[in-house]
Design a binder for this molecule. Structure first.
Ligand code: FNR
Length: 185
């Protein structure tokens, strides 16, 4: 299964990027995850949407080729970051490559709620007509106090979180396979 991870932080030392890379490494026998870079996407404008820059074409192409999308979101002012919304806006136009593409969500913050509010907003956005991405129900991965749960090498050191991730990954694979069966019917 080929998955693209879209991380909503472009910060060099982003915890969310570290979380995405940890998931990529830990579950590599079960899924092939490519962590995409949204740093170089221009700001979306309808003026350029019909002939977008090459960064946008490449980004859309990678999402189109993937079987599923893993969203790894920070929380900015109780919502998703501007860069993540911008990336979704690009994907929601043109070939609308997210329509029907299965998704799942994770997020990490230093606060206690682990991006719960941002993830609620992201769920709403994924439901919009131009996005329409079926989302893994339940399995809400809120990694709070992330700075205490990850070491300098980017490994999650908090055993309950790792165990929960193990369960979520298996649940995602089962749900994805069921979705694929339904699509074939
Ligand atoms: C934050 N942060 C934050 N945290 C949170 O739990 N709820 C929030 O609403 C906000 N709001 C917010 C706004 C802005 C503009 C910034 C820069 C930060 C803190 C945020 O969770 C923290 O910086 C994370 O480390 C960001 O994720 P990355 O970059 O580590 O992946």
């Amino acid at each position: 299964m080929k998955i693209v991870a879209i991380v909503g932080s472009i910060r060099k030392e982003s915890y969310n990027r570290k979380l995405a890379e940890y998931v990529q490494k830990r579950y590599q026998a079960k899924m092939d995850i490519e962590v995409l870079n949204i740093k170089d996407l221009p700001m979306f404008s309808e003026d350029i949407e019909n002939d977008p820059p090459s960064e946008v074409k490449q980004f859309r192409g990678k999402v189109a080729e993937a079987d599923a999308v893993l969203w790894v979101t920070p929380e900015y002012n109780y919502s998703i970051s501007g860069v993540l919304k911008n990336a979704i806006d690009w994907l929601s136009r043109g070939d609308k490559v997210l329509i029907g593409k299965p998704s799942w969500i994770m997020g990490a913050s230093m606060g206690a709620l682990g991006t719960a509010r941002a993830q609620g907003h992201l769920r709403d956005i994924l439901f919009s007509p131009g996005v329409s991405s079926p989302l893994l129900p339940g399995n809400e991965v809120y990694v709070g106090a992330v700075h205490e749960k990850i070491d300098a090498a980017g490994n999650l050191t908090h055993e309950p979180t790792v165990k929960f991730l193990d369960t979520v990954v298996d649940n995602f694979i089962q749900w994805f396979n069921r979705q694929s069966q339904l699509m074939k019917q």
